[in-house]
Design a protein around this ligand. Sequence first.
Ligand SMILES: Cc1cc2nc3c(=O)[nH]c(=O)nc-3n(C[C@H](O)[C@H](O)[C@H](O)COP(=O)(O)O)c2cc1C
Length: 352
Amino acid sequence: MTKFPQRLYDPVKIGAWHLHTRTAMAPMTRCFADDQTGVITPEVVEYYRKRAADGVGLIITEGVVISPRAKGNPGVPGIYTAEQITAWKKVTEAVHKEGGTIIAQIWHVGRASHHELTAGMLPQAPSAIRAEGLIPRFRKPYDMPEEMSKDDIKEVINQFAQAAKNAIEAGFDGVEIHGAHEYLISQFNWEGTNKRTDKYGGDLKERLTLMKEVFGAVIDAIGTDRTIMRFSTFGTGNPLDMWEDPELTIRTFVEAFKKVGATIIHPSTMDFTQVIADGKTLHQLVRKYWDGVIIGVGNLTAETAEQALEEGTIDLAAFGRPLIANPDFLNRIKHGEELIEYDGAKHLPILI
Ligand SMILES: Cc1cc2nc3c(=O)[nH]c(=O)nc-3n(C[C@H](O)[C@H](O)[C@H](O)COP(=O)(O)O)c2cc1C
C-alpha cells in the first residue's frame, strides 16, 4: 500500500545532513530556560527528543541568543556561556540517539527588548527608533534602543560566528541564523528601522549588508553546508504591506545570499499559499531566482507540503504549531489520525 504523503517521508541529504524525512521543525520560542543564566531546563531535552523520535528530519531549535544583549523575552536560552553549552549537549545527544538532526537558531532581537532583559544595557538597533507596543510575555513597552556603532556591529558579527562555533561544540549539526521577523537583522533590512548613512544603510542592497556579513562570517566559521539563513519581510504578517516590489526585493536578497556562497535558505511567512507577485507565492518567487535548498513554512499541511515538494518549490517542509501540539505529528499524519489543534493559551505554558 502506498503511504501518504509519500515525499514528506523520503530520506534526503541536505547540506551536511542525512535527514530521515523531508520535514523540519520550525524554530519556536518556548521560554523554558532559567531567566538569569539562560541555561535550558531538563524538560527541554525530552521535548526535542520526542520530535526526533517522531521522525522529524531537521529540528531547528527555538531562537537561542548570542549574547546577554541579544535577549528580548524572559526565559529565553543562550549559547554564549560554558554552562549553556553544557546543558545543550544533553539535547543534542538525546536527538542523535534517536537518529535525528538538530541545529540551533541563533538570534539577536535588536531593538525588540528592554534593559531589564538585557542585563541593564540598552537594546541595540541600526537606528534609535523605538518599537511600538508591549513586549510579549513581559508586558512592558520596548526601550528606546541605542544606535549601533561600527564597532558594535563588528562585535555582533563576531558573536554570531562564535555562537555558531559554540553550537558545534554543544553537538549541534549546524545553525540557522534568525534574519526574519522584527529582529536585529530584519531591522537592518527594512527601511523603516534603518536610517543609517554608512555602508549598513541606504538602498535595499546596502541595508542587506549586515545580513550578508553575518551570513558570511557564520559560513566561514562552520561551513555553508551547516548554515541556514531564515529571512522575511519586516514583521510576520502580510508581505505585501512591507514590500513595494516583492519580486525585486526577493532578487536582491537572493543576490546577497549568492555573494556569500550560501546554499540553504528559509523564507518565512505565516501563509505559504499566499500569492504575492506575478501569480506566485513567496517560495515560488524565491525558487525563480534560487536553485539551492529552500525550506518551506507557513501554515503548511501534509497536502500543501507534499504538493510543494512534488513541484520542486521547496526541498524541506517545516511545521511549527502542529509540532507543539502533537509530539507525534508525523506519525499521526502518516496514519491518517486526527491532529490536536494548537492553542496558544493551552500549549505555551507547557512542554509536551
Ligand atoms: C510559539 C511560537 C514561537 C515562535 N518562535 C519563533 C522563533 O523563536 N524564531 C523564529 O524564527 N520563528 C518563530 N516562530 C515562527 C515559526 O517558526 C513558524 O514560522 C510559524 O509558526 C509558522 O509555521 P506554522 O504555521 O507551521 O506554525 C514562532 C511561532 C510560534 C507559534
